[in-house]
Design a protein around this ligand. Structure first.
Ligand SMILES: Cc1cc2nc3c(=O)[nH]c(=O)nc-3n(C[C@H](O)[C@H](O)[C@H](O)COP(=O)(O)O)c2cc1C
Length: 432
């Protein structure tokens, strides 16, 4: 499974003799479909040219903190926000000591300080440098701050010594990095997710729809899978470039009614329902069999309400922890709290859309977003970040609130009628 697919990996390369091995790390990351950006220290450029890593990563290599051009393109804070994870491989003894002191005198050091995503170091140095009490104390300090240490390996070294200090083999590094995204908070749970827009046919060539890209729903499905859940994704029509891992069971639908039918079929099996799809509120009363020809200057299109999938699924399956999304152009909190109440659901994840979204940098189709979560007795603001990271934080909160609801007896899984559970048929498996 490609757990690093679509992950934004910031790879720091420092001045170690093992710097050339970063090329192999980049290649393997890209094999995993990770998006890679490389930051090199001055020391690293003495060993390998930035051009090598630029060619391998397909992106410009970042080197200088005080670089007007780089700041204009993707400034250091923006780069820190962009990353889902930072891996420094190889990490020199000098860089480790600077990190320990919180130095921000070069780009990589500043990025590590400015970011709150997981940070992993793969040390590579002479065995005596590694054994030195200064290095060992630095490493212990960084570990105690939550920094991950991958390796080092032991064996024969470039200088002829034998001992601990070799860079961990690239394939093991990639495996270790994948583990960062495995949280386990939803292991043993089944999560049903809807994503994308729906299309409501007017005639054989026209439909009513909306601007939803499906990116948030797909990111939520992936985050739930990473958290250990079995995930069923019901997707409206989305761009072909959007995909999820093969072990997420995906069902493709077009209209709100089809989405409703599939959600009803699989809700019995689920513990958590996350309705991220932007379901059309109305559909044409009748779909014309033939293409409507233009004639009069104006025409009437009569619409009827579509089913409310979120409210219906929660009403029919009260043991489910149901999460809805609210995209609002005004009075975000008021509308979100209203939905929480009216639909009888457990959590609403609200975000701005339209003009109001400019402030949060997130619109339909954008890679970033911000959310405000509301539940009975609580709320939490998740600031602007990539949809991948946002989805992970959202899923973490859902897992925590779901556990609370079970422990407090508010949700009663024993109400579920096991005999009604629909098994996922392999014939309907249609992963993109
Ligand atoms: C030939 C050579 C090989 C080196 N190899 C390593 C190494 O493998 N690990 C290490 O920590 N330092 C090594 N150093 C020392 C670092 O390059 C030096 O400490 C430098 O300041 C690191 O800078 P940086 O951490 O900013 O990249 C080596 C130096 C030279 C001249």
């Amino acid at each position: 499974m490609k757990r690093l697919a679509n992950k934004r990996v910031l790879l720091g390369v420092t001045g170690s003799i093992a710097a050339y091995k970063a090329g192999e790390i980049i290649r393997r990351l890209r094999e995993q479909n990770a998006d890679v950006r490389v930051v090199m220290t001055q020391g690293a450029t003495e060993f390998v040219t930035p051009l090598t890593f630029q060619a391998l990563s397909g992106n410009p290599v970042h080197q200088h903190l005080l670089d007007n051009d780089a700041e204009a393109a993707m400034g250091h804070i923006e780069l820190a926000r962009w990353a889902d994870v930072i891996l420094v491989a190889p990490a020199s003894a000098d860089f480790i000591s600077r990190l320990c002191l919180g130095r921000a005198n070069d780009l990589l050091g500043a990025l590590c300080l400015a970011s709150n995503v997981p940070l992993a170091l793969a040390p590579a140095m002479n065995q005596q440098m590694w054994k030195d009490p200064a290095t060992q104390t630095n490493v212990q300090t960084l570990r105690s701050r939550g920094v991950l240490l991958f390796g080092p390996d032991s064996g024969e070294q470039a200088c002829g010594d034998v001992g601990e200090g070799r860079l961990l083999a690239p394939h093991i590094l990639i495996e270790s990095l994948s583990e960062v995204f495995k949280t386990g908070s939803l292991s043993g749970r089944t999560v049903l997710v809807t994503a994308g827009p729906t299309q409501e046919a007017i005639d054989p060539v026209r439909f009513l729809s909306n601007h939803s890209s499906g990116k948030m729903g797909y990111a939520v499905a992936t985050a739930a899978m990473e958290a250990g859940a079995e995930v069923i994704l019901i997707s409206g029509p989305v761009d072909n470039s959007l995909s999820v891992a093969h072990n997420i069971k995906t069902i493709h639908v077009t209209s709100a009614e089809q989405m409703m039918q599939q959600a009803q079929a699989f809700a019995q099996k689920a513990d958590i329902f996350i309705a991220a799809a932007a379901v059309a509120d109305y559909r044409p009363v009748a779909e014309h069999n033939e293409k409507i020809k233009k004639s009069a200057q104006t025409m009437m299109l009569q619409l009827q309400r579509n089913p409310d999938i979120l409210a219906t699924i929660k009403r029919e399956n009260p043991w489910l922890y149901a999460v809805g999304f609210a995209a609002e152009t005004e009075q975000l909190e008021q509308h979100a709290r209203g939905k929480l109440q009216d639909k009888g659901v457990d959590m609403i994840a609200a975000n701005w859309v339209g003009k109001a979204a400019a402030e949060t940098n997130g619109t339909f189709g954008s890679d970033n977003n911000a959310l405000k979560l509301f539940w009975q007795g609580g709320e939490l603001e998740l600031g602007v970040m990539s949809k991948t990271r946002l989805a992970r934080e959202l899923v973490g909160m859902i897992a925590a609130q779901f556990d609370n609801a079970i422990e407090s007896g508010r949700l009663k899984p024993e109400q579920r009628n096991i005999e009604n559970i629909v098994q996922f048929k392999s014939s309907s498996k249609d992963n993109k």
